[in-house]
Design a protein around this ligand. Structure first.
Ligand code: NAI
Length: 400
């Protein structure tokens, strides 16, 4: 069969395995050429390792100077009669193949990070492959639901909604290249609380506590989780909305964890990243026009970064190799400073004030936005022959 892109609104229903492989190789080439990570960690656990920031962090730490061994946890689907499998499934497979080629250990654990069974598997893998300890824990899960402990079959579900007031904004339908005006009603208190349960700091804390309890934390171990703040124009849907509340909870958790990690001469940080197209972010209504304008301006100013550039810069200039970790007044690591630079935001605002459903493809970088989305799923790489026939049985033989 030939694998073609199948998009359903903002959800990719197909992924091209060899395109995913090409994406991994491209990111590896980038970090090999980039300024290297010095004094980096050797044994890294990444929760949410198969795409977006978690995958980029894994690639940067393995190939960008630190030569780290990694255990990656993710929730992905393999090929079956129902479909080709998810991009993250193939990212795990091809990342591991490349890492092993360079003599690095790369263990993939595919399962629900909220499940006790997955925790046990991770702790066993740390025992087996890392001499029982980790030097860095990266928490990079992005998900819409979390099982409620002790209540089988029940879930907290996160919502992406404003708080207090309704807001109107546009979403992009990537399937039909359409701009869709939407009004979002404010979240109820319960929805806001559930979003904090899913995307706030509680699960990060419980992972770190589980690793402390099993004595899996090495001397000097660090832990990070990713956050977003963004400029004022995005605050109604993000910072002041349900997701922002969850991120504030995550920031507070970073301070509590920092105290716990101090017992091991370690530390914990929330790391504020740039807004980017990922499998998760395309779901955020009313954020898309901002992303179109941001991409257009940052590319024109030659300071656009994707996940891989962000992660390599994080580890080589902020978290490792310096006498002190570089944080702001609220003890947050900021790698969103290029996005938030006043001259960038001025231009972004000027574009946004004119952008609408008729001109978003011209004024904004719609082409770049969609290209990045397709590439996340392995489509659009020149090095890949998309006319090649692929046998599902061969794909099933590839194991993470
Ligand atoms: P992503 O969707 O690309 O990656 C999410 C990862 O979590 C995948 O590896 C997925 O398999 C894994 N995952 C999801 N549910 C899981 C489960 N139950 N068990 C195990 N693994 C699971 O997302 P992205 O965008 O890289 O997000 C990661 C973090 O970065 C999130 O906290 C997000 O809020 C934050 N962030 C994202 C920004 C963006 O613009 N994309 C900007 C700033 C922060």
């Amino acid at each position: 069969m030939r694998i073609e892109p199948q998009i359903d609104g903002v959800v990719a229903r197909s992924a091209h395995p060899y395109g995913c492989e090409a994406a991994i190789k491209q990111q590896i080439e980038y970090v090999k050429r980039a300024p290297q990570i010095t004094q980096g960690p050797k044994r890294v656990l990444i929760l949410g390792a198969s795409s977006g920031f978690g995958l980029a962090a894994r690639i940067a730490l393995t190939f960008g100077g630190a030569k780290a061994d990694t255990i990656g946890v993710s929730f992905e689907r393999g090929p079956s009669e129902k479909g080709t499998g998810s991009a993250g499934w193939y990212n795990n497979i091809f990342f591991k193949a490349q890492a092993q080629k360079e003599g690095r250990t790369a263990i993939n654990i595919v399962g629900d990070a909220f499940a006790q069974e997955t925790r046990e598997q991770v702790i066993e893998a740390i025992e087996t492959y890392f001499d029982g300890e980790v030097d860095l824990i990266i928490y990079s899960l992005a998900t819409g639901m979390r099982p409620i402990p002790g209540k089988p079959g029940e879930f907290w579900r996160s919502v992406i909604k404003p708080y207090g007031q309704p807001i109107t904004g546009a979403s992009l339908d990537l399937q039909h290249d359409r701009w869709i005006e939407t009004t979002l009603e404010p979240a109820s208190d319960e929805e806001a609380e559930h979003t904090i349960k899913v995307m706030g700091g509680e699960d990060w804390q419980s992972w770190v506590d589980a690793l402390i309890n099993t004595e899996s934390i090495a001397e000097g171990c660090k832990t990070i989780a990713f956050s977003y703040i963004g400029p004022e124009v995005t605050h109604p849907i993000y910072l002041d909305g349900t997701l922002g509340r969850a991120k504030i909870d995550l920031h507070q958790t970073s301070h509590a964890l920092n105290l716990e990690m101090a017992n091991f001469n370690g530390s914990a940080y929330a790391t504020v990243c740039k807004a980017l197209v990922t499998k998760a972010s395309v779901f955020i209504p009313a954020l898309s026009p901002y992303l179109l304008a941001l991409y257009k301006v940052m590319k024109a100013e030659q300071c656009h970064e994707t996940c891989i550039e962000q992660m390599q810069r994080l580890f080589s200039t902020k978290l490792y190799g310096q006498a002190k970790v570089d944080v702001d007044g609220e003890r947050l690591i900021r790698i969103d400073e290029l996005e938030l630079a006043p001259h960038i935001q001025q231009k972004v605002n000027a574009l946004l004030s004119e952008m609408n459903g008729d001109n978003f493809k011209q004024l904004g970088d719609y082409e770049g936005y969609k290209d990045e989305f397709l590439k996340l799923n392995g489509f659009g790489f020149e090095s890949v022959d998309y006319t090649q026939e692929i046998d599902l049985a061969d794909l099933k033989k590839l194991r993470p």
